[in-house]
Design a protein around this ligand. Structure first.
Ligand code: ADE
Length: 237
């Protein structure tokens, strides 16, 4: 997978892309990152990529030309890649979104800054808009990193152990069960007996139960989503 990242701040990505899973995935050839500095696609000597808004008002707007030329450049090597804008106005990015993006051949991520991007870019050159939550960041860079990490770890082969993907939070609409490691007693706190029993069936049952309880307590909306899914099925018949 090739991930093109269009940004005014390529340096923002240096640490994260060089660290842990992302660096390993790239070194092993599962993913390539192409950082595109939007300013490199400006056509004025000050490399100005933003301008004042028509109609007046506060803040600056990203000019359409540099962004569209950067998008066209990315599309030359990835003609089918969805062009995704990170913005608080987008649809909510969820685990399911990450799973569907992991099936794409390549991705193009566009990080907005300032007050936003000229609307004409969104209308004709963007395929999808994603938000990582209902809060406003100064730009889409952190959001692009969230999407990148969530997607890359799902690419086949990137995580050694495929089982861990099936068991983790959200994989089955549940939060994950609690984990423990050595020592058996830590400052007076014990590991639950069942995990020391060696009885795999009991361990599995305990984990399922814990996941269910934890989901009910912390994220009852996930269990309601399930029930609504069932209801939907009945309505159709
Ligand atoms: N850019 C600024 N805030 C954002 C958010 N919450 N999600 C995605 N992109 C953003």
């Amino acid at each position: 997978m090739q991930i093109h990242i269009l940004t005014l701040f390529p340096e923002f990505f240096r640490g994260p892309l060089e660290t842990s899973i992302l660096a390993r995935a790239r070194d092993r050839g599962y993913v390539e990152f192409q950082m595109l500095d939007i300013r490199d696609f400006t056509e004025n000597k000050h490399r100005q990529a933003d301008d004042t808004p028509y109609g007046g008002g506060a803040g600056m707007v990203m000019k359409p030309g540099p962004v569209v030329r950067a998008l066209e450049y990315a599309r030359e090597s990835s003609p089918e890649a969805p062009r995704i804008l990170l913005t608080p106005q987008g649809e909510q990015f969820e685990q399911e979104t990450a799973e569907s993006l992991a099936d794409e051949r390549d991705l193009i991520l566009v990080c907005g800054r300032y007050e936003g991007i000229d609307e004409r870019v969104r209308e004709d050159w963007i395929d999808r808009e994603l938000s990582i939550g209902d809060y406003v960041l100064p730009g889409g860079e952190i959001a692009a990193l969230c999407v990148t990490e969530a997607v890359v770890r799902l690419l086949p082969g990137v995580l050694g152990n495929q089982d861990s993907l099936d068991e983790e939070s959200f994989a089955q609409g549940r939060l994950e069960y609690p984990h423990y490691t050595r020592p058996q007693t830590f400052r007076g706190h014990e590991v639950p007996d069942v995990l020391l029993s060696g009885d795999h069936q009991r361990v599995d049952e305990w984990r399922r139960e814990q996941a269910e309880k934890r989901t009910a307590r912390r994220r009852p909306d996930l269990l309601e989503d399930d029930r609504e899914g069932d209801k939907g099925g009945e309505d159709e018949t």
